[in-house]
Write a protein that binds this ligand. Structure first.
Ligand code: TMP
Ligand code: ZN
Length: 405
């Protein structure tokens, strides 16, 4: 397999085995036709990009019934408010403002610009979430972003000050087309800003569940500089974020157009120290994943043997990797509680554990809840004091398997 960015042969350092579509919640009558692919990450020693070898066709993942809505998390909505304000303060010129967001979902980010009458456009391939965005005054085009669409947007709207994305860039296999499109669509001083789960955190926390069908890449500052450097961009700033269990915001500008923050070289040095450029680091990561899997399965089996009731908390996309890699089914987890209506009453991809409405969790607390939405741990634990007071415990698996009361 060749690197999607630089065409160098890449090294597949492990496999998580057969995986279904992470957001492919399904009905019983769909079990037989369920689609699986091999989930194996690989590392490119040339451009230093971590990527999955095989990715399902985009329209299997992003379509009119896409199950992920940004607004289900209040802390993410607040985060996007902050992100939008920061972009406006730092990167919007006074005249002829135009902001484009890739993967604008239900408009949780762009509504902040829409409210201020700032010209904006969301590019969102899943029609159902884009429709939801309309309710918030957000204008979207239902499509994938690339060089071709950038040409059309340029013609219709003119050039952009900012192209931004959050938890989207790592979903797009053809980043070369994105780089070409961004270079075309941006004003000379325009910036490309995006944030995604950060490779440094994934390696340090063994948060292997960041790898699933939609996440074709896990970026580092090193890899981002290499990828977008191919289209004349340079990394001018990096800002660590706490979202999604540890993310990084990258700011790229056309070479020489803007000052480069000292944070960039600091981050690149940090990545060298972490060993993100070396294959051995990924081999160690594989061993860490195996240990984490064995520990989790052991705890779940122990609890079952003790006769305890164990459920899952939040049927996240990430949970699909955990459940399938660890071969955990409804024998070990009774059901998974989730607040997203479209998932409720359906079964989790691959593991076929039933998803129940959150009210079912509240009505009859289990002894243990596996926290699949571990990236929202603070928000959730603050909300669940009643569960805790009733003696409910959490099973955590990031950065290592543990029980918390
Ligand atoms: P993700 O943002 O980690 O991908 O997962 C979001 C899913 O978690 C979504 O289906 C809603 C669910 N969820 C809950 O069920 N309860 C919660 O308190 C939170 C924060 C999320
Ligand atoms: Zn490469």
């Amino acid at each position: 397999m060749k690197c999607r960015i630089c065409s160098t042969e890449i090294t597949e350092f492990m496999t998580f085995g057969k995986m279904p579509i992470a957001n492919g919640f399904l009905e019983k009558n769909q079990f037989e036709d369920e689609y699986f692919f091999e989930l194996s990450p690989a590392f490119c020693d040339e451009c230093k990009t971590l990527q999955i070898v095989e990715q399902p066709e985009p329209d299997r993942m992003f379509h009119g019934e896409y199950a992920f809505f940004t607004r289900t998390s209040n802390s993410m909505v607040a985060h996007f408010g902050e992100y939008a304000r920061w972009v406006q303060e730092n990167y919007l010129e006074d005249v002829d403002q135009f902001v484009v967001e890739l993967g604008s979902n239900d408009g949780a980010m762009l509504e902040n610009f829409a409210k201020k009458d700032i010209r904006h456009l969301g590019v969102e391939p899943s029609g159902n979430v884009a429709e939801e965005a309309r309710k918030y005054g957000v204008n979207s085009v239902v499509d994938f972003f690339g060089a071709e669409l950038a040409g059309k947007v340029l013609e219709e709207y003119g050039s952009a000050d900012v192209i931004m994305a959050a938890n989207v860039m790592c979903h797009i296999p053809d980043l070369l087309s994105v780089g070409e499109g961004a270079a075309k669509l941006l004003k000379p001083k325009g910036v490309l800003i995006f944030e995604d789960p950060y490779l440094g955190d994934v390696i340090e926390k063994t948060s292997y569940d960041q790898l699933y069908d939609e996440h074709v890449y896990v970026f580092s500052a090193t890899s981002v500089a290499n990828i977008f450097g191919r289209h004349g961009f340079e990394l001018i700033d990096v800002l660590p974020q706490t979202t999604h269990g540890g993310s990084m915001r990258y700011v790229l500008a056309k070479k020489g157009q803007r000052e480069v923050s000292p944070a960039v070289s600091k981050q690149l040095t940090h990545e060298k120290n972490l060993g993100l450029e070396k294959l051995e680091t990924y081999e160690q990561f594989r061993k860490n994943c195996e240990r984490n899997r064995d520990d989790l399965v052991r705890i779940l089996k122990e609890k079952k043997a003790e006769g305890a009731r164990v459920v899952g908390y939040a049927a996240t996309s990430k949970s699909t990797t955990v459940l399938n890699y660890c071969s955990i089914g409804s024998d070990l987890i009774e059901y998974i509680s989730d607040t997203t209506p479209i998932k409720q009453g359906k079964f989790c991809p691959g593991s076929h554990i039933l998803v129940k409405a959150y009210s079912k969790f509240k009505e009859n607390y289990p002894d243990y809840a596996v926290l699949f939405a571990w990236n929202h741990d603070q928000e959730i634990m603050a909300n669940e004091t009643e569960y805790k007071d009733a003696g409910g415990k959490w099973i955590l698996f990031v950065p290592e398997v543990s029980i918390k009361s």
